[in-house]
Design a protein around this ligand. Sequence first.
Ligand SMILES: Nc1ncnc2c1ncn2[C@@H]1O[C@H](COP(=O)(O)OP(=O)(O)OP(=O)(O)O)[C@@H](O)[C@H]1O
Length: 240
Amino acid sequence: MGRLLDVSRVTAGYGSITVLRDISIGLDAGECVGLFGPNGHGKTTLLQTISGLLKPTGGTISFDGADITGARPRDIVNAGLVQSPQGNTLFGEMHVLETLELASISKRARHGKAQNLRRVFELFPRLDERRTQKAKTLSGGERQMLSIGCALMCAPRLLMLDEPTLGLSPRLKKELAAAVGNIAKSGVPLVIVEQDVEFLLSLTQRLYMIEHGEVVREIDGDNAPDHDAIMQLYFGEAAH
Ligand SMILES: Nc1ncnc2c1ncn2[C@@H]1O[C@H](COP(=O)(O)OP(=O)(O)OP(=O)(O)O)[C@@H](O)[C@H]1O
């Protein structure tokens, strides 16, 4: 059986700027993988390309055996491949419940809307307590939870999270890590972009280190280098 997600030799960028160069990553059903590396080296661009928001100029992307290279974002979501962007992309004037309901507009999300909503509130009690609070008044961590909640409203078969812990306090980070861990335990495979490698190692089986739009290293979670070696990798090799 093929992989759940197979990104093969993809090239993509913005206009004349090439960001991703012949990049390949993949995961099997039931697996969670992490992407890390220095800022500005293409991790978000990779997620946007997989989601169909950016069209690759080379390579192929398949999801559950179907070729989705260049497919429309809405068709990709309907196939069950859903991205949760960083939490600052929400509509500020809409409150929590409205936002989650709006997220269930897609064909895929309409089924089981009540059940998905229950699941989001179980996972994130903070959102349950703030159903009628406007998105713009939520804290950074709560906005991140709402962004993940929106993705969960689409009943993902693969969920991609873009820096879910960015700017969070240690306490909120722990809370979010527990919720993301529960999502993984419920059987949803994850692709997580994060700067915090320890956070990634606690949630994923495999890491890809991305530099200059390429995978420069693949790390197996069971044989991961220790903290110092990872820092050396990060700053030693990212400095040039
Ligand atoms: N819309 C855009 N137009 C032009 N260039 C862009 C655009 N979005 C991103 N870039 C550039 O593409 C490169 C890769 O950015 P990207 O956001 O993918 O990196 P990243 O690894 O996710 O970084 P970070 O960890 O800081 O989020 C950067 O040089 C960035 O400036």
